[in-house]
Write a protein that binds this ligand. Structure first.
Ligand code: GTP
Length: 687
């Protein structure tokens, strides 16, 4: 084991809400550390973080992107994560493998209570994930060039969504509404920013002394909550030594007890070097993270976890892994598969290396059969490391290849897409026969479809999925007669049956029985009757599969020469055709049971949304594990679910979410049933 390499590595995820400036910050970090000589911009589509075609097209990150660089002899691997909620799975998977995260956010445009509250709410799910998994994190308030100074207001507002206390690490210097520098609250040294060059030390502006001291006192008091020695010093008004403050920051950040807060302007590199310095000095080292995860610092068996899987445009497979223990060497066999090569990444650029030490994040090629989240080891027997929960799908499209003979290629390509992104799912629906692609939202699915087209040459058509309606009957019919008689020279065909048809209770399915007395329908023909009935029920009188029906064969007759199982099957179908129309067929729709999670201030709006979509609210309560959030339980017709997530997000600043599962079938209200049967649509976007 090489302790030096371990101690000289830092793995940092860059996370935060949509468009807060994460990719821009990565670009700046890479430029400041010399990994790139020319800075790209998101607008020009030439950043390292957004190098995938799908990201460039949309000017947004759609998957995690790793980039390694060096600063002051330490190797930093940054993992730029997408901010959109639709790609949250990518972020959660990556966070499981880093030592620390930088949460990039923007200050509020409206510096009033409401504006600040709205801004920080968009960070709530991310903070919850970081808090739940105890991932050390710090905050970088970016875009400080856009608003007048509300650094401390923003910091205080963030407390509403963070379990851990937020600790100011800097205080911004603003002149003429422009961010010109910062004061480091540990050393109380002020600095002036310069574009493209490190900040210069300057005397602390007298006008900011009072604010600086208040912010510093806040930092020290928060740190002292976890350090009695510091607390004593503060009580006795002894100035603590800087080393002690730095040590506390390192220990308390490393144990995820506090969240230090920085500020800057990523697209001008302002605040980026101080952030790097803090990561260098204070971010936890890889072996500490491994120990916190219960992995032995001295164990040598190589163990790694897959944080992301890429299928490159050239068709190769790359697995981005965190090496938790041991050393990966060229040609290593992991979980029974020999890795093709080991690479350090710089976005899409792959730099081949011979080995990777514990604590590094590297890419391995050609690990067939290994998926995102998997734990892989040299002996293939490592205990599965914890992985982020897989988000349940909330949005669906029916897809079909534009070229018919591409159908065979589709399932192999979908399997690869799912290896890359576990929050996608696909199924071939049993009733409607459509191939349904499920995911986290419209853009998520569009990106998946782009990948099918670009990487697998599979252009796809899409449409809204059909609602898998079923039908049943309201009334019974007794002794329905069906006779099949066919004479065409030689053997004839003869079958003759009487059936009783009865409705069953909801969910009871299908039942077939017989009450034949005296062999009027010989035993060997009765299975034919049952098959005939079942075949008919696949498409009932309304055109949908029939459920909750009991059919009894009560009587019939046969012919010694002409009868056959086949003829009785036909007779049963004829009886069902006549009988079912007398039974008041009625349309049934699938109802999902849903659980919606929303900030409490939006609960009443969410209830209106659910009721407005024919939902039935069963109750709601405050979440015991998430202060300020409610959980609402309801039944919602599946026909109303297509755009539910879109509306839910638009009502809740994008943070509301829901999970669903099929619950029961329910009669469609008459008026709506008429519309579905007449037009094939429920008038709500679904067919
Ligand atoms: N004014 C200003 N704009 C910035 C700053 N940093 C980034 N931007 C702009 O903000 C927009 C979004 O930046 P990105 O870096 O793509 O944000 P992101 O967080 O990576 O976006 P996603 O990953 O898609 O969530 C771009 O237009 C950037 O040019 C900044 O410090 N100040």
């Amino acid at each position: 084991m090489n302790e030096n390499v371990r101690a000289s590595t830092r793995n940092v995820a860059i996370v935060g809400p949509y468009l807060s400036g994460k990719t821009t910050l990565l670009e700046s970090l890479l430029s400041v550390t010399g990994a790139i000589t020319r800075k790209g911009s998101v607008r020009d589509g030439n950043t390292v973080g957004d190098s995938a075609a799908e990201a460039r097209d949309r000017q947004m990150s759609v998957e995690v992107s790793a980039a390694s660089t060096e600063y002051e002899g330490v190797r930093f691997t940054f993992v730029d994560c997408p901010g959109s909620v639709e790609f949250a799975q990518e972020t959660y998977n990556a966070l499981m493998g880093v030592d620390a995260a930088v949460v990039v956010c923007e200050p509020a445009n409206d510096n009033n209570e409401n504006g600040l509250r709205q801004k920080v709410l968009t960070l709530a799910p991310l903070f919850k994930f970081l808090d739940d998994w105890e991932i050390p994190h710090l905050v970088f308030i970016n875009k400080m060039d856009r608003v007048s100074n509300n650094f401390m207001d923003m910091l205080h507002a963030l407390k509403a969504v963070s379990k851990r206390p937020l600790v100011p690490h800097q205080y911004p210097i603003i002149q003429d509404e422009q961010l010109t520098g910062f004061i480091d609250l540990v050393s109380e040294q002020a600095y002036q920013y310069h574009s493209g060059a490190p900040a210069d030390p300057i005397p602390l502006p007298a006008s900011l002394k009072a604010q600086e001291q208040a912010a510093r006192a806040e930092m020290l008091e928060e740190l002292a909550n976890f350090d009695d020695h510091l607390l004593e010093e503060l009580l006795e008004e002894i100035e603590p030594p800087q080393e002690e403050i730095l040590q506390d920051l390192k220990l308390e950040l490393g144990a995820d007890l506090v969240v230090p807060v920085f500020c800057g302007v990523a697209d001008r590199d302002f605040g980026v070097r101080p952030l790097l310095e803090a990561l260098l000095r204070e971010a936890p080292e890889p072996q500490d993270t491994a120990q916190r995860r219960g992995l032995g610092a001295t164990a040598e068996t190589p163990i790694a976890q897959v944080l992301k899987t890429y299928y490159t445009p050239q068709g190769g497979k790359l697995s981005l892994v965190r090496v938790w223990q041991g050393k990966l060497t060229d040609g290593i066999v992991l979980n029974g598969t020999r890795a093709g090569g080991i690479y350090r990444l710089l976005g899409q650029q792959q730099n081949s290396i011979n080995e990777a030490e514990a604590g590094e994040i590297v890419a391995l090629s050609r690990l067939d059969g290994v998926k995102t989240g998997d734990t892989i080891s040299a002996n293939g027997q490592a205990t599965e490391l914890p992985k982020a929960d897989i988000l349940r799908p909330v949005y669906a499209l029916a897809i079909a290849p534009e070229k018919r003979n591409d159908e065979v290629k589709l399932s192999a390509a979908l399997t690869k897409l799912l290896e890359e992104d576990p929050s996608l799912m696909w199924e071939q629906h049993g009733d409607t026969h459509e191939v349904i692609l499920w995911g986290q939202g419209e853009i998520h699915l569009q990106v998946a479809l782009d990948r099918l087209r670009r990487k697998y040459n599979l252009p796809m058509g899409t449409h809204l999925p059909q609602v898998p309606y079923k039908e049943t009957i309201r009334k019974p019919a007794a002794s329905v007669h069906g006779r099949y008689k066919h004479q065409s020279g030689g053997h004839g065909q003869f079958g003759d049956v009487y059936l009783d048809i009865k409705p069953l209770g909801r969910g009871e399915g299908f039942n077939f029985s017989e009450k034949i007395v005296g062999g009027v329908v010989p035993k060997q023909y009765i299975p034919g009757v049952e098959v005939g009935v079942k075949e008919f029920l696949v498409h009932g009188p309304l055109g949908f599969p029939v459920v909750d029906v009991a059919v009894t064969l009560t009587n019939g007759s046969y012919h010694t020469v002409d009868s056959s199982e086949q003829a009785f099957k036909q007779a049963a179908r004829l009886a069902m055709q006549t009988g079912m129309t007398q039974c008041e067929p009625t349309l049934l729709e699938p109802i999902a049971s849903i659980e919606v999670n929303t900030p409490s201030e939006f609960t009443s709006k969410v209830m209106q949304l659910v009721s407005g979509r024919r939902g039935q609210i069963l109750g709601y309560e405050g979440r015991s594990d998430w202060s300020g959030w409610d959980k609402l339980i309801a039944y919602l017709p599946q026909a109303e679910m297509q755009n539910f997530i879109v509306e839910l997000r638009s009502l809740t600043l994008g943070v509301g979410s829901f999970q669903w599962q099929y619950h029961h079938l329910q009669e469609v209200p008459d008026k709506l049933a008429e519309r579905v049967l007449a037009t094939g649509s429920n008038g709500n976007g679904n067919r």
